[in-house]
Ligand binder design. Structure first.
Ligand SMILES: *C1O[C@H](CO)[C@@H](O)[C@H](O)[C@H]1NC(C)=O
Ligand SMILES: *[C@@H]1O[C@H](CO)[C@@H](O)[C@H](O)[C@H]1NC(C)=O
Ligand SMILES: *[C@@H]1O[C@H](CO)[C@@H](O)[C@H](O)[C@H]1NC(C)=O
Ligand SMILES: *[C@@H]1O[C@H](CO)[C@@H](O)[C@H](O)[C@H]1NC(C)=O
Length: 365
C-alpha cells in the first residue's frame, strides 16, 4: 500500500467524495436487503420468490439509478447481491458482480492475434487518450516480437472513450497498429478491477495457447531479456505460477478518508492475502480462465491487485517470490544503464522515461 501511495495515478480524490454521498443510499440498501433475507428465511422461500425479490430489487435499483454516479455501481450491485447470494448461491448465477467480464463486450478486438502462438503476451491497461504512453511502449519493449527465440506480443486494453471523435481516433490507431482491445466499461481509475478482469477474460478466450502473460502498467520499463531468462529457466513452473513484487500482510484500509478505503461489507477480513503489486506481474497462462471462474464467487472491490490476490487464494495458488526479488523494482532514482540491465521491472513514470530507460540499456550493448 505504501508503494501504491506514492504512485501518482493512485491519488485521485474521487473516493472521498463518493463515500460521503453514498452513505445514506448504502445504508438504505443494506437495511432493505437484510429485511428481504429475513423475509425469505422466515417463510422458507426457495428459488422462485428469491428471484422475485431480486427482480424487485432490480427495479428499485433502476428508480434510484439516475441519482447515482457510476462509481457507486460497484457498491450498489454488490450490496444488492449480498443477501440473496447467501441464500441461493447454488441456484442463481452470480455473474451479476460488476467486475465479472461476462458483463462486458469487446468493441475493438484482435481475436486472431494469438494465431502465431506467442510464448509471452503483455497486456497493458491504459486510458484511451494515453496515446503517448502507447507510442512509447510501441517504440521500446512493445516493439519486440521475438526474444531469445520466443514470440512475444503486446496489446493495450482500454475502456470507453469520452465521445465519438475520441472513438474515431482510437479506431484509426487500431487500424494502424492492430494492438488495441477495447471493452465497454467507463475507463476510470475506480474501474481498474473491471479492466484487469477483462484482461483476464481476453487472455482466457482469445489467447489460451500462450505460455505466459504479463499485466503491466503503461509507465513501466521492462527488461525483456531478463524476463525471458526467468520464464525459460528450467525450474520456473508452467502452471499456477504468478510472480512480481510481492505484497504480504497488507492491512485493509478502513479509514473512510483514504483512497484505498474498502468497506467491511466488500472485504470483511482485516488483511489481504499475499498478492503481487499491480504495476507488473507475470503469470502462467492457465491462470486467466481460473481467475475469471473464481471471481464469480468473490465480490469485487476497487483494489485490483489485491482482488486478483483474493481470487488466487480461493484457487489455492500462492504468488511466488522471484528467485531474485530485487529484479522487480518499483521507483528508482535516476537509474544508470548498469542497474537497469540487472532488473526485470522498474517504474519509469512517464512515456519519456520509458524511452529513456530503454535507450540507456540499448546504448550500452
Ligand atoms: C466505472 O467508473 C466510472 C467513474 O469512475 C463510472 O462512471 C462507471 O459507471 C463505472 N462502471 C462501469 C461499469 O463502467
Ligand atoms: C441497475 O440498473 C442499471 C441501469 O438500469 C443496470 O445497468 C444495472 O445492471 C442494474 N444492476 C443490477 C444489479 O441489476
Ligand atoms: C520497431 O522496430 C523496427 C526494427 O526492428 C523498426 O523498423 C520500427 O520503426 C520500430 N517501430 C517503432 C514504432 O519504433
Ligand atoms: C509453450 O507451450 C506449449 C504447449 O502449449 C509447449 O509445447 C511449448 O514447449 C511451450 N514453450 C516453451 C518454450 O516452454
Amino acid at each position: 500500500m505504501a508503494i501504491k501511495c506514492i504512485r501518482e495515478r493512485c491519488c485521485l480524490p474521487q473516493r472521498r467524495v463518493f463515500m460521503g454521498h453514498m452513505k445514506p443510499v448504502f445504508v438504505a440498501l443494506v437495511t432493505l436487503a437484510v429485511l428481504l433475507s429475513i423475509y425469505a428465511y422466515v417463510y422458507d422461500f426457495s428459488l422462485m420468490p428469491v428471484m422475485q425479490s431480486l427482480t424487485w430489487l432490480n427495479s428499485a435499483n433502476q428508480t434510484i439509478w439516475s441519482s447515482l454516479t457510476n462509481q457507486q455501481t460497484i457498491q450498489t450491485t454488490t450490496t444488492v447481491g449480498k443477501p440473496t447470494t447467501s441464500i441461493t448461491t447454488k441456484h442463481i448465477s452470480i455473474h451479476q458482480y460488476v467486475a465479472h467480464p461476462s458483463n462486458y463486450r469487446f468493441i475493438l478486438d484482435e481475436p486472431d492475434k494469438c494465431n502465431q502462438n506467442p510464448f509471452l503476451v503483455f497486456m497493458v491497461p491504459v486510458g484511451p487518450h494515453q496515446i503517448n504512453a502507447r507510442n512509447a511502449i510501441r517504440s521500446t519493449w512493445g516493439n519486440e516480437s521475438s526474444v531469445q527465440g520466443q514470440t512475444v506480443l503486446t496489446l493495450f486494453l482500454v475502456g470507453l472513450t469520452g465521445g465519438p471523435e475520441a472513438q474515431q481516433r482510437l479506431e484509426e490507431e487500431s487500424r494502424q497498429h492492430r494492438d488495441l482491445v477495447q471493452s465497454n466499461f467507463v475507463d476510470s481509475y475506480f474501474n481498474l478491477t473491471i479492466k484487469t478482469m477483462v484482461i483476464m477474460d481476453w487472455l482466457a478466450t482469445r489467447c489460451p495457447q500462450a505460455n505466459y502473460s504479463m499485466k503491466v502498467d503503461s509507465d513501466m520499463y521492462i527488461n525483456m531479456e531478463n524476463l525471458m531468462s526467468l520464464l525459460l529457466a528450467p525450474n520456473t513452473p508452467r502452471e499456477n505460477y504468478i510472480t512480481g513484487y510481492l505484497m504480504w500482510n497488507q492491512p485493509v484500509i478502513r479509514d473512510k478518508n483514504s483512497k484505498w478505503y474498502v468497506p467491511e461489507d466488500l472485504y470483511p477480513e482485516p488483511k489481504y492475502p499475499t498478492y503481487v503489486l499491480g504495476m507488473g506481474y507475470v503469470f502462467s497462462n492457465d491462470l486467466p480462465s481460473k481467475i475469471v471462474k473464481a471471481s464469480e464467487a468473490i465480490k469485487p472491490f476497487n483494489i485490483e491487485d489485491a482482488y486478483v490476490g483474493t481470487c488466487l487464494k480461493q484457487l489455492g495458488v500462492n504468488p511466488s517470490g522471484a528467485p531474485d526479488p530485487s529484479k522487480f523494482r518499483t521507483y528508482m532514482n535516476n537509474p544508470g544503464s548498469q542497474e537497469l540491465s540487472m532488473l526485470i521491472t522498474a517504474i519509469a513514470g512517464s512515456p519519456e522515461k520509458v524511452i529513456d530507460f530503454w535507450q540507456k540499456v540499448k546504448g550500452q550493448n
